[in-house]
Ligand binder design. Structure first.
Ligand SMILES: C[S@@+](CC[C@H](N)C(=O)[O-])C[C@H]1O[C@@H](n2cnc3c(N)ncnc32)[C@H](O)[C@@H]1O
Length: 277
């Protein structure tokens, strides 16, 4: 692993994360030997608007049970477990952070999805998959940690079959002003690389993608962080939540994201594209 990848992976890794997650679930009265996919939703979808965003994208994409789907930068695998449960498809998840892959596999085993979801450690820039291997490639909140955008989207195109769907929910540069740090994906700009939405459009268009659906979700994303912060006023985080992944400065990260969205320093876009044949 390169020094850069190691620093990204170390940023996400948390001491005793598996233990903390299982303890938090027990605190809320869950039997960790009889978990449901929905019991994990508050913590295993590490992106803005959580499950809601994944549900929207899933409605836009035409997912079939016989499809093979790849989630690039899958984190703890929550998106994959949701899609495998609702649509019956097989989901592979790839993530740079070894600890996340291990916990993702453990959580899938606990909800009975061991034979539908598969997790592997690896880099999105050199994926261990054959060309044209997947019907859908999905990614949420990963490319902000990747400087080589062309390499990232090229690699996605390589493993996606022609006519397949590329589904993303991601964070982009707004007015090019420096972000307020820390943010959920970076402590500072050393591992944060945002491009403008217009540059993304150019890259995808050069790769031959065609729009199915494209929506700017910046306002709804600001509402999401405002709601999280309002709920926290004078209160602790609920036991099961994204703070387990974001760490001790989780509240500051949410405040900074609200500021970044309100000042147009970042924009959030969700889209479904078709790879040209
Ligand atoms: C904010 S989390 C999002 C996780 C997941 N997509 C979700 O929505 O729950 C970002 C994830 O991207 C992963 N990541 C960052 N750079 C990566 C790379 N080059 N290749 C693969 N995964 C990467 C991190 O390890 C982390 O799990």
């Amino acid at each position: 692993m390169s020094a850069y990848d190691r620093s990204v992976s170390e940023y996400y890794s948390k001491a005793k994360l598996e233990e903390q997650i299982l303890d938090a679930l027990k605190t809320t009265g869950k039997n960790i030997d009889e978990l449901l996919v929905d019991d994990l939703a508050a913590l295993d979808e590490f992106h803005i608007r959580g499950r809601k965003a994944t549900e929207e994208l899933a409605q836009w994409a035409r997912i079939r049970a016989d499809y093979s789907l790849l989630d690039v930068g899958c984190g703890l695998g929550g998106t994959g477990r949701y899609l495998a449960t609702v649509f019956g498809c097989n989901v592979s998840g790839l993530d740079l952070t070894e600890e996340y892959c291990r916990i993702a596999a453990m959580l899938s085993a606990r909800v009975g999805l061991k034979s539908k979801t598969f997790f592997r450690q690896g880099s999105a820039l050199a994926m261990p998959f054959a060309d044209r291997n997947f019907d859908i490639v999905w990614t949420e909140h990963v490319q902000m940690n990747i400087a080589d955008k062309t390499g990232f989207y090229n690699e996605i195109s390589r493993v996606l079959r022609p006519g397949g769907q590329f589904v993303f929910h991601d964070i982009f540069a707004g007015n090019n002003e420096e972000l307020h740090y820390p943010v959920p994906w970076a402590a500072d700009n050393a591992v944060s690389h945002l491009i403008a939405v217009e540059d993304l459009r150019s890259i995808l268009s050069a790769l031959g993608y065609i729009h199915v659906q494209w929506e700017d979700k910046s306002s709804e994303s600001a509402v999401f962080f405002r709601t999280v912060l309002q709920r926290l006023r004078g209160q602790e985080w609920p036991p099961v939540g994204l703070h387990l992944l974001m760490g001790d400065d989780a509240k500051t990260k949410c405040e900074n994201m609200l500021g970044n969205l309100q000042n147009n320093r970042v924009r959030v876009v969700q889209a479904v594209m078709i790879r040209g044949r």
